[in-house]
Design a protein around this ligand. Structure first.
Ligand code: ASP
Length: 424
């Protein structure tokens, strides 16, 4: 059986088991009566399966995380060293950034359009709950830039600070190309490390069906149906916006500019997308994203090893869209009418907040403070949408990773490299 089918089964089983062990989930009517007769099944699931979910999900995430630092370091150094000429690197990075920024802007525009049309916040009650501590010390533009440069690369690696590792790897890779013979041993060392890490990623990818099963079951088990009552319309707006971006904008770009079939491509990268969905972390997903794009779909490793690690930290279409919808939603709830220029401010700051967000769960929720502060909205708004953040985080992270993989195909094409026949 193909891997993506196994993953789909894992996801469905996860939702099923999650609902089964969630005691606040009660089926109405005859169906409920019928299931009531099988209460022992539920009791069994709660006693035996539920305690296993957390540990199994953690093992999966830890295996992924274990690969991140060596993989980013090795793949970026080798990628840059293989490009060879620093001037060529300029072309690659120019195209990559152009893709990142246009797609991020496109997604924010979609977000602003849907939230202004649907108006999920007008008439909704302003729920009060606690704001995450980190939001008060949210990053400024300068701190985002300064944090990109590591003062100690080993410390950055130990802390898994991805952006500084990338900056270090880029510089090291570029300089190695200028060393001639002297640089070769180090390049081949990292080449070998890269191959080994990719092979390990190949092993971990086979565990995806079990990993997504456990992670999804846990989320569903902890999410009561009550959250849909107050924030249902808001969730619908975010998910609608994300869907337009994921199913219309990105596939169009992929087909027209990247000359790649969205349907074929998605079947190769689906393990990464489903992992993004269940882990809500672009960074944790990165080893699988690299594996899916370069090994499974067969795109050039030269391009993917540059585009994907960078994309996992700074190209977040889903997060940008979510931040713009959430900010306007909060304004609507508080009855604050945003002028056109304030919405323009949301547009720019949401882009910035998405770039500044790390590829970890809930990062976007915290950097949203940048947007709220800029337009003078109350930070308490963040507390209000906290309850549904996990689910929306899963959806936006999937779009973030999908945006990275699409970017990889488009940039590959723009670089004049071949798109394999199997995904054309
Ligand atoms: N969890 C997202 C990601 O890893 C970031 C966010 O919170 O929006 O891509």
């Amino acid at each position: 059986m193909k891997l993506h089918w196994k993953i789909l089964i894992g996801m469905l089983m996860g939702v099923f088991i999650g609902l089964l062990v969630n005691e606040s989930f009660v089926l109405p009517g005859v169906l409920g009566d019928f299931l009531g007769k099988f209460a022992f099944v539920r009791a069994f699931a709660i006693k035996v399966i539920q305690p296993l979910l957390g540990p199994v999900g953690s093992v999966f995430i830890k295996l992924l995380k274990m690969l991140i630092v060596p993989l980013i370091l090795a793949s970026m150094i080798v990628g840059v060293a293989k490009v060879g000429d620093v001037r060529k690197l300029g072309g690659l990075s120019g195209r990559t950034f152009a893709f990142y920024i246009t797609t991020t802007w496109a997604s924010v525009v979609v977000g602003l359009i849907v939230v202004n049309i649907i108006e999920p916040g007008s008439g909704a009650p302003a729920l009060v709950s606690e704001v995450p501590e980190a939001a008060y010390s949210a990053v400024s533009v300068w701190s985002v830039i300064l944090n990109m440069i590591p003062d100690n690369p080993i410390k950055a690696m130990a802390n898994m600070d991805i952006l500084p590792i990338i900056v270090f790897a880029l510089m090291l890779g570029a300089i190695l190309t200028t060393l001639g013979e002297k640089g070769k041993p180090l390049v081949s060392f990292f080449d070998s490390l890269n191959e080994a890490m990719m092979r390990l990623a190949d092993v971990v990818i086979r565990l995806t069906p079990i990993g997504v099963f456990a992670l999804l079951a846990e989320v569903v088990a902890q999410t009561g149906p009550g959250i849909f009552a107050n924030l249902g319309k808001y969730m619908f707006t975010v998910i609608l916006g994300l869907s337009v971006h994921a199913f219309v904008t990105l596939p169009l770009l992929l087909a027209l500019v990247g000359r790649t079939s969205p349907r074929k491509y998605v079947s190769y990268v689906s393990p990464a997308l489903t992992t993004a969905f269940s882990t809500a972390s672009s960074s944790a997903t990165l080893p699988l994203t690299l594996d899916c794009v370069s090994k499974r779909a067969g795109l050039s490793a030269k391009v993917s090893s540059f585009v994907l690690p960078l994309g996992a930290t700074i190209n977040m279409d889903g997060t940008a869209l979510y931040e713009s919808v959430a900010a306007v939603f909060i304004a609507q709830v508080y009855g604050i009418d945003l002028t056109f220029s304030q919405q323009l401010l949301v547009f720019f700051t949401a882009t910035l907040a998405a770039i500044g967000a790390a590829g970890i769960p809930s990062a976007g929720l915290v950097t949203m403070a940048i947007v709220l502060k800029a337009v003078g909205l109350p930070l308490e708004g963040i507390g209000m949408i906290l309850a549904v953040d996990r689910i929306l985080d899963m959806c936006r992270t999937t779009v973030n990773v999908w945006g990275d993989t699409v970017g990889c195909a488009v940039v590959t094409k723009l670089q004049g490299e071949d798109i394999p026949a199997s995904i054309r």
